[in-house]
Ligand binder design. Structure first.
Ligand code: PEP
Ligand code: MN
Length: 264
């Protein structure tokens, strides 16, 4: 089947997702404080990432665990991103937060848990802000594309899809990275596709191999968790790369991108 020409999603003035350049989104899982977020962001930028990730609103599986700093976290994220000249991607979990989060973010992330929250999707469709739509861990590819259509039908076609792994019988990895979705989605629609090697593996030791494979498979970007002190992280520290590992990965990805006609 023919592959669609990828739609270009402009982020701010000088970042494009879906073009020749593979875009890297990196940073902590969650904004915990200024210090850790700054150390992560600075290291990610130095290594070549242009987009800072970090959650201020977190949907947690276990009640009572840290669920983000809310607007305080958004302010920290924006301040640091401006200092480092980066764009911001952060999750929105509730329709009522869309206006607020949009004041601080360049890309609004819909997490895997909300992929089929059609009320949220339609509300995001009424905005113009780019949306990073993550595949639900139990969602089929066609269901991910229907979710994107919920957004697009309301007028917002600035959509980036994200393969972040699905739930299977396998338990030695956090999820199962379904990499065939990358070239398949490109046969089915024109939205850029990025890959999350952090949540799909849950293991820092697997992130480099899966990142290289993702770029070889045609991914338009990666979203990777990086934390300066993973053992002290309040969320997902077990899967975070430390800054040195991330910098090494970025160096290793360059020749892979070049080999498939991309730039990094
Ligand atoms: C995240 O990116 O921090 C996250 C919670 O991802 P997902 O929704 O894919 O689990
Ligand atoms: Mn996380």
């Amino acid at each position: 089947m023919k592959t669609h020409k990828t739609r270009l999603i402009k982020i701010g003035k000088d970042i494009v997702i879906g073009g020749k350049e593979v875009q890297i989104m990196a940073g902590p899982c969650t904004v915990e404080n200024y210090k850790y977020t700054k150390r992560s962001a600075h290291a990610c930028k130095q290594a070549g990432a242009k987009i800072l990730r970090g959650g201020a609103y977190k949907l947690r599986t276990i009640p009572g665990t840290f669920n983000g700093l809310g607007e305080k976290g958004l302010k920290i994220l924006r301040k640091i991103a401006d200092e480092e000249k980066m764009a911001v991607v952060t999750e929105v979990i509730d329709v009522r937060d869309i206006d607020l989060v949009s004041k601080y973010a360049n890309i609004l992330q819909v997490g895997e848990r909300n992929m089929q929250n059609t009320v949220l999707l339609e509300a995001l469709g009424k905005t113009k802000i780019p949306i990073l739509l993550k595949r639900g861990q139990s969602a089929q590819i066609s269901e991910l594309l229907y979710a994107a259509e919920y957004i697009a039908r309301k007028g917002n076609k600035n959509i980036i899809l994200c393969e972040r792994g699905i739930r299977t019988f396998e338990k030695d990895t956090r999820a199962t990275l379904a990499l065939a979705s990358v070239p398949l989605i490109k046969e089915m629609c024109d939205y850029p596709v990025i890959v999350d090697p952090s949540h799909s593996t849950g293991k820092p030791s697997l992130i480099a191999a899966m990142s290289k494979a993702a770029i070889a498979a045609g991914a338009d970007g990666l979203i990777i968790e990086v934390h300066p002190e993973p053992k002290k992280a309040l969320c997902d520290g077990f899967q975070a790369l430390v800054p040195g590992e991330f910098a090494k990965l970025m160096r290793e990805l360059k020749p892979v991108a070049k080999a498939v006609g991309r730039k990094l």
